[in-house]
Design a protein around this ligand. Structure first.
Ligand SMILES: [Zn+2]
Length: 299
């Protein structure tokens, strides 16, 4: 079932192309909830035993909630076999009782790589793409294992082929070798943030996504964050907002733990604040954007 928006944007159409032409699937072309009501989508998924629902992680979780209200169990009544949805991996897996497979792509070139059942790295579709990892500043290719910007050349395409297109998303290439799944297709690491999001904070290079990973690994902190840089007097400051379910009186204690973890990992002092669940949604675009916004520079 394809619940992406069928429009002048190519998102829904690239899925259809792959599903019809390459995977021999029959597609339920529902489009988003604006086109086909969410309750109707749940009915269609159940009646036709859809094996995957292509949409954002947020929307497929919303469909599970709508289904529950209708008495439809996402695990028992639906036939979801794989979750190719970007989002809250743990929640998606526990809701639908199946595996989330990470993948990487962007609309200028479409789907580039996907995780196999081994779960260690994303196999690149090397019959269609040459993927290089290049230095963020010089665009020179980097050795295997070094993190840099993803630079892609398409080997065939009608329309607008891209040559050494530097998307400035960060990743690393695995050394060549056979995967435990049997494939020789080369692997890359999952999306690791934006190369142009690097922020100079008092002379030190920091990546907001890296700060978010550190902050959300602190106990009692949930998997959601937002980073803001701003000027305070003559000084650059940065604050990482995180979400925690602890009582309000414990917010300061959790924030202090996050600040210590950030200082230990980066060597620079970065402030932290704790907010309640849902308070960051407006900043991150949770529930409305396919790729969440994690950083804002107010300087
Ligand atoms: Zn594999």
């Amino acid at each position: 079932m394809n619940s992406w928006a069928y429009s002048t944007h190519n998102g829904a159409h690239i899925m259809d192309e792959a599903l019809y032409k390459w995977l021999n699937c029959v597609v339920l072309t529902t489009g988003t909830g604006n086109v086909t009501a969410s309750s109707k989508q749940v009915e269609l998924a159940r009646d036709y035993q859809a094996t995957a629902i292509l949409t954002t992680g947020d929307y497929i979780l919303h469909l599970a909630e709508v289904g529950a209200e209708m008495g439809i169990d996402p695990k028992g009544d639906l036939n979801i076999r794989a979750l190719p949805n970007i989002g809250d991996k743990k929640k998606l897996e526990s809701t639908f009782g199946t595996k989330v497979l990470d993948s990487y792509g962007f609309h200028e070139v479409q789907w580039v790589s996907v995780e196999c059942a081994e779960g260690d790295g994303l196999h690149i579709f090397e019959d269609a793409y040459v993927v290089q990892i290049v230095d963020v500043d010089t665009a020179e290719p980097l050795p295997d294992g070094k993190q840099g910007a993803i630079c892609i050349t398409e080997l065939y395409k009608t329309g607008s082929p891209q040559f050494r297109y530097n998307i400035m998303d960060l990743s690393t290439l695995y050394p060549r070798g056979q995967c435990a799944c049997g494939s020789w297709l080369r692997k890359m690491a999952p999306f690791a943030g934006r190369g142009d999001n690097m922020v100079k904070l008092r002379g030190v290079n920091v990546w907001p996504e890296a700060l978010g990973d550190i902050a959300t690994s602190v106990p009692r902190v949930e998997d959601d964050y937002f980073v803001r840089a701003f000027r305070s007097g003559d000084r650059d400051e940065m604050v990482v907002s995180v979400v925690s379910g602890v009582e309000t009186c414990e917010h300061d204690a959790v924030a202090a733990e996050v600040e210590t973890a950030l200082k230990d990992a980066t060597g620079v002092r970065v402030a932290a604040e704790v907010v309640a669940a849902g308070e960051l949604d407006e900043l991150t675009g949770f529930g409305s954007a396919a790729k969440l916004v994690r950083f804002r520079d107010d300087r």
